[in-house]
Design a protein around this ligand. Sequence first.
Ligand SMILES: N[C@@H](CCC(=O)N[C@@H](CS)C(=O)NCC(=O)O)C(=O)O
Ligand SMILES: [Zn+2]
Ligand SMILES: [Zn+2]
Length: 260
Amino acid sequence: MKVEILPALTDNYMYLLIDQDTREAAIVDPVQPQKVLDAVKKHGVKLTTVLTTHHHWDHAGGNEKLVKMEPGLRVYGGDGRVGALTQKVSHLTALQVGSLSVKCLSTPCHTSGHICYYVTKPNSSEPPAVFTGDTLFVAGCGKFFEGTPDEMYKALIEILGSLDPKTRVYCGHEYTINNLKFARHVEPNNLSIQEKLAWAKAQYESGEPTIPSTIGEEFTYNPFMRVREKSVQDHAGESDPVRTMGAIRKEKDNFRVPKD
Ligand SMILES: N[C@@H](CCC(=O)N[C@@H](CS)C(=O)NCC(=O)O)C(=O)O
Ligand SMILES: [Zn+2]
Ligand SMILES: [Zn+2]
């Protein structure tokens, strides 16, 4: 599989997922349809599928226009509020993009209908990919607009956290530097955070994305994936991982990001 990263709006990402065996492709969260069609043309692939992570405008807001420009697309999503939806999916719904297998993972919390898409290439040694929208970011997670700390714990630790650690994480926004500054505030002595922050700043300076990370890496620096660690619980003044999840999300909602 090949994943082309398509920056959109100010800090969103769309992703063109290509099955190199069949030249069939899917697009994740096509908020800027013309950019998508330009990339489809450049790669000479057949776009058949839209994978929508959630109904927010900056993710699903291009669906209707894309379907008008390219009739016949299958539009997947987990929420009736997703524009141009043709197939409503739920937890563990399976679909194919050419020879690639896609498994839908229901991760309610940021929105109640949020879906992450886990992609594998059967009978190959290629690492899997997961498209996490606004549930999991590199070193962070989405705001809890329609859910609870318990739901985000299930999403991050039990569902995404049990994927192959080599799984590539493709998230919905470029928030990595700000997320790592908050992570450093939570765990000032965590060297993985400091290394990743230095790397992310260098990527930013050269105009490169910080995407993808891996699930295994996220467990080393993402405070929301580390709510079972004593260091994170101590910072939150809690001894329970779900209460820690709630406390650090609330703290991040009000966090003033330092300049460096
Ligand atoms: N803090 C965001 C503000 C925008 C925002 O609220 N984004 C939503 C997704 S569209 C979110 O869940 N952000 C997670 C966070 O701020 O930790 C930023 O860094 O620009
Ligand atoms: Zn959102
Ligand atoms: Zn968003």
